[in-house]
Ligand binder design. Sequence first.
Ligand code: NDP
Length: 485
Amino acid sequence: MTYDIQPTASHFIDGQYVEDKNGTPIPVICPVSEEQVAIVYEATPAIVEQALTAAKRAQGAWEAMTGTERGRVLRRAAEIMRERNYDLSVLETNDTGKPLQETLVADATSAADALEYFGGLAGSLTGEHIQLGDDFVYTRREALGVCVGIGAWNYPTQIAAWKAAPALACGNAMVFKPSEQTPLCALKVAEILHEAGAPAGIYNVIQGMGDVGAALVTDPRVDKVSLTGSVPTGRKVYAAAAEGIRHVTMELGGKSPIVIFDDADLEDAVGGAILGNFYSSGQVCSNGTRVFVQSGIKEAFLKRLSERLKDVKMGDPLDESVNFGPMVSGRQMEIVQGFIAKGIEQGARLVTGGQREGDKGYFLQPTVFADVTDDMVIATDEIFGPVLSVLDFDDEDDVLKRANATDFGLAAGVFTNDLKRAHRMVAGFEAGTTYINTYNLAPVEAPFGGSKLSGVGRENSKAAIEHYSQLKSVYVGMAPVEAPF
Ligand code: NDP
């Protein structure tokens, strides 16, 4: 996997690339060759200041444009993104190690969907009119101001655009900090937005570790923070944002259940479990890593799953026939290996996988454990790698209780051909994003987000508008003012 991916500069501020080599170097390591393929520099305090100043300065005029004008910019950006999908996908593959087969259909295309959707919505954002006799109230839907976006490393292009699109549609400006693991793709989102006509300063990208994120979150000019990351980081960022009573969206981790009943379509259930555990090599927040399988279908499920996993092809992710990539980093690979070791130690049955593949690149085999019990660490903790745990069940009420017995609440899925049971189950799931007879689809038209520790707020869909705008009530008196004295 060789490709020149060194960006023009580390940061994109006020409509242009900006460099400041006084910041700590952040090497970009290729997860396949384990070699350094690019380098960026952490934002210094001067860079953080420059980005926030640009966003604050640019926001008012952007909000003053009509929604249709703002939307046009977003839709043009979506078009450019689609035209460049191949190159953007190659970059994403280099940054994350995800197979090109995936990035071609799930990253820049998903980002383009968000830009197109919110671009279309921008012209129809409104308040309302409330008649009160002769008096009346109208509401103005106003932008929040300067928003900070902070991203995780699994979907760098998508996360950058999922936050940019609704924020900009509503008239906000944004400063976005990608994960230090994957610093490259958000720069392209910024470049394309400005090429499409976004005024300088409306969308800025600066690099850095958590401390840069922390500096952004606590700046008094910031009105809203949207984080995609783990629960421990979410706790810190939420608390820091609370100091300034800032708006937040928290898209955090999960340990989601997939419940497969005896009457489910076996191929669909196996396909759902594969999508919910092995796409992006398991590095997906909404993954259904606790797969509860009813006893009547269990052996057939395990057999068919093992068969289908034989079609996994690892290798150079730029080879379009490769369908399984490495972990994003050596550290993530070690974390996942630690969980696999724990699963074996605690007595889970290793059905397939469990090993590192080769000695170059952070490849781990897709791993399936059976006979997993609720208290095993592999069933309680988010692993963020290709590790599927099969848990047994017989009774519907019992499995629903067990599915909900977690502090996370991001997603949940059920596979059954009993219509009433399917709807009963999703009504009972304590999760923000649920599925019947499918898993892990996240179209921009549908709200996406978590309950319980998995998050606050929703991304995508019209619901996201509520999280990037605020209503101002305007009471209009038409009669003489009646006062007591
Ligand atoms: P982290 O929580 O480690 O980091 C998320 C982002 O927050 C990174 O950009 C990180 O910077 C930054 N950060 C870390 N500490 C702070 C701080 N104190 N203040 C401000 N920013 C900070 O998550 P990962 O990058 O490891 O991503 C994996 C996690 O993300 C998983 O838990 C996964 O479930 C979750 N996730 C959730 C999604 C959702 O939509 N619900 C989608 C995708 C992932 P740096 O990396 O540079 O340290």
